[in-house]
Each structure stands twice: as structure tokens, then as C-alpha cells.
Ligand binder design. Structure first.
Ligand SMILES: [Zn+2]
Length: 68
């Protein structure tokens, strides 16, 4: 029993009902740049896109809107 065997991050595509793939429109409030990313909405309604920051170094001032 070696705990490090658990460390792989490659959790494969799990078609569980809890995660929902959606497109997300992100607009930077500082420079107006827009991004369309694919995100996953989890059971709590939080949207995870992996988006980190805009080209202008803005990391937290965005309009985020799910697309349908
Ligand atoms: Zn920006």
C-alpha cells in the first residue's frame, strides 16, 4: 500500500450527472477582451473553466456568463 499511487491527476472523462459541460463567455472588465471557454459546472453551480487571467494581468475582475 503506497499512497503515492493515488497522485495521478488524470481523472478520465466521467459522464456522471454531477458535472455539466458548458461554454462560458468571459469578458475582462479592465480591457474589454473577451474569451469563450469550455467549462464544467459542478453540483454547487460553480463554473470551473481553468481560466487564470487576462492578457492585461487582470485576475479577478470579469463578467462571466454561461452560454447555452
Ligand atoms: Zn483584460
Amino acid at each position: 500500500m503506497r499512497p503515492e499511487t493515488m497522485s495521478g491527476q488524470g481523472v478520465s472523462e466521467d459522464m456522471g450527472a454531477s458535472n455539466q459541460r458548458i461554454k462560458v463567455h468571459i469578458r475582462c472588465r479592465r480591457c474589454g477582451e473577451t474569451f469563450i471557454l469550455r467549462g464544467v459546472r459542478d453540483a454547487k453551480g460553480h463554473i470551473e473553466t481553468g481560466f487564470k487571467r487576462c492578457l492585461c494581468d487582470n485576475e479577478d475582475d470579469f463578467d462571466i456568463e454561461p452560454l447555452h
